[in-house]
Design a protein around this ligand. Sequence first.
Ligand code: MF3
Ligand code: CO
Length: 266
Amino acid sequence: MAIPIKNETAIAAMREACAVASTVLYQLRERVRPGITTYDLDQWGRELIAELGARSACYGYQAGSRRFPAHTCLSVNEEVVHGIGSLKKILSDGDIIALDVVVEYHGYIGDNAITVPVGKISSARQKLLQVTAEALRLGIAQAKVGNRIGDISHAVQSHVEKHGYGVVRDMVGHGVGVSMHEEPQIPNFGRRNSGDLIRPGMTLAIEPMVNVGSWRTRTLRDGWTITTVDGSDSAHFEHTVLTTEQGPEILTLPRLASPVSVHAVG
Ligand code: MF3
Ligand code: CO
C-alpha cells in the first residue's frame, strides 16, 4: 500500500485538525496539578474537544474486540501510553504524566502528545523529559523530502540510547490523515537510509516513547494501558508533521507564544 499524499485541500484540513489537537493538549496541560484525578483531566479533555466542535479519535477506538473507553490517553510514571483516566488515579507532586490528544475535525485527524511534570519533579525525571523531547525534535528534523523513514527512526534511537535509555519497540509512529493510523509505520529505532522515501505532502505522526530502563513493555489487565516491564519511568512526545519541499512543518505547534509552549515543544 502506498503512503497517502495530501493535496492542498487535505493539507488545509489537516492544519485545522492539528490546531484543534494542540489547543486541547495545551489547555489540558494547564490543568495538571497535584491532587487532580486522571478522570477529571479526561473529562476536561472531553469538554474541550466538544466545545471546539471536534471529536475524540480515541473514544471508541477499536483494537480487536475492545473499544477505548476514554477521550484522551493519560499515562503516569511507568505507564508508557494509552492510560485510561481513572478516579482512583490521583496525581502526586513529583509524578510525570503523558497527555496524548487525538481529535477528528471535519474528517481529518490531528495527533499530539507531551509529557509534563506534576509539581516539582526529580532531576532524573526532568532529564527523561528533556531527552525524549529532544529525540522528537531530532526525528522531525530528518523528515525531509528525499530522506527515508529510517532516517527519522535512526535519529530518535541514537539520541535516546546515547543517554542510556530504552526506546520502545512495540509501538510506533504513523502516517495520519483521514484515519488515525495510515501508512507508513514510523519505528523509533532503525537504520539510516532504510524504509520508504519521504515525498512532499505526507502527514506523519512522529512519537518517541522512551523508558529509563528496558525498552520492553507489557499491557495491563484493562487491555489498554501499556507500562514498562521493569517499572521504570517512561515519557512520550508526539507531533503531527507535514513534509514539504522547504522541510518539515510541525502542524501541531501551539499557535500562541505563551510561556507554556516554550518547554512543551522541547
Ligand atoms: N497517539 C496514540 C496512537 O497513535 C493514540 C491512541 S488512541 C487509543 O496510537 F484509542 F488507541 F488509545
Ligand atoms: Co500517534
